[in-house]
Design a protein around this ligand. Structure first.
Ligand code: DGP
Length: 112
């Protein structure tokens, strides 16, 4: 298994966990871009948003439920951003589906 996020799921690589259940893991990003920057990932290896199908999409809905919980726990009442970079042009660097939950500062739009 070469996927670094699969290694974080298995515990082979340590992470600062903020949420875990049987389907999903959330942990602090190593290179935070905001005061709160958490990565929320499915435990199952899915390469990216481009690999979402009717068979595996339920975990995405669950990830958004978890995002709302984490945002509340971190006091992000003023707002937060959830981003999933998909593919090379979007800057995806880890090929395991993940959602960046960022908050604690103002964000510009459009991003990038
Ligand atoms: P992206 O560029 O959208 O694929 O985001 C990947 C993010 O993953 C990037 O913000 C840095 C983070 N990251 C990479 N390796 C590790 C790691 O080993 N641990 C943690 N906590 N974050 C990592």
């Amino acid at each position: 298994m070469s996927c670094i996020f699969c290694k974080i799921v298995s515990g082979e690589i340590p992470s600062a966990k903020v949420y875990e259940d049987d389907k999903v893991l959330a942990f602090k990003d190593l290179e935070p871009q905001a005061p709160v920057h958490v990565l929320i990932i499915p435990k199952q290896h899915i390469e990216s948003m481009a690999a979402i199908t009717p068979e595996n999409s339920a975990v995405v809905a669950h990830i958004f439920e978890v995002a709302a919980i984490i945002a509340k726990e971190n006091g992000l009442e003023n707002g937060f951003r959830v981003v999933s970079n998909c593919g090379e042009s979007a800057g995806q660097s880890v090929m395991h589906l993940h959602f960046h939950l960022m908050g604690g500062r103002d964000f510009g739009w459009p991003a990038g």
